[in-house]
Unconditional design. Structure first.
Length: 159
């Protein structure tokens, strides 16, 4: 299934700097997709994709978190998620993908079984960037450097 013209948020797709997942022990690449087109969302839900209704300043949308494990079950490395541009050439700097980037996202369906239960899941397969919103680090207010003769232990003891 290809989700067309969806918004990407929290893209963690750098092949050498993967996310460790919620438990901190499962290396993976992942992204949140936001579908604003209700008909497309309903069609994806009918296929079995788990979508949650949400809203932001721009209105309502359906979201799903998609991932691909960096390691196969046998412990060998998986290939990273291919990310291409409009021209289908690879995007060199996937860390430049910022929130709100418009993309086509291909997901692959798979069957799973766990504890005598089974179901259908979807895995992030590949991404085509349609309209890139470049991620930029924003200069935010930061802590001041504090020069002090006291030790860290003394400072922590005062808290």
């Amino acid at each position: 299934m290809i989700l067309r013209n969806v918004e990407l948020y929290w893209a963690k797709l750098d092949p050498s700097n993967y996310d460790m997942g919620f438990g901190g022990d499962k290396p993976q690449w992942n992204v949140q997709v936001r579908i604003r087109d209700k008909a497309q969302a309903e069609a994806a839900k009918a296929e079995g994709l788990n979508l949650k209704l949400d809203e932001d300043d721009s209105g309502t949308f359906y979201r799903a978190s998609l991932r691909k494990d960096a390691l196969k079950k046998d412990g060998t490395a998986n290939l990273p998620v291919p990310v291409v541009g409009r021209d289908k050439h690879p995007v060199q700097d996937v860390s430049s993908i910022g929130n709100g980037t418009i993309a086509n996202v291909k997901v692959r369906e798979f069957d799973w079984t766990f504890n005598n239960k089974s179901g259908k899941g979807f895995r992030l397969d590949s991404i085509q960037i349609v309209d890139l919103i470049r991620y930029e680090v924003v200069d935010e207010e930061d802590f001041d450097f504090i020069e002090d003769d006291s030790s860290l232990e003394e400072a922590l003891g005062e808290l």
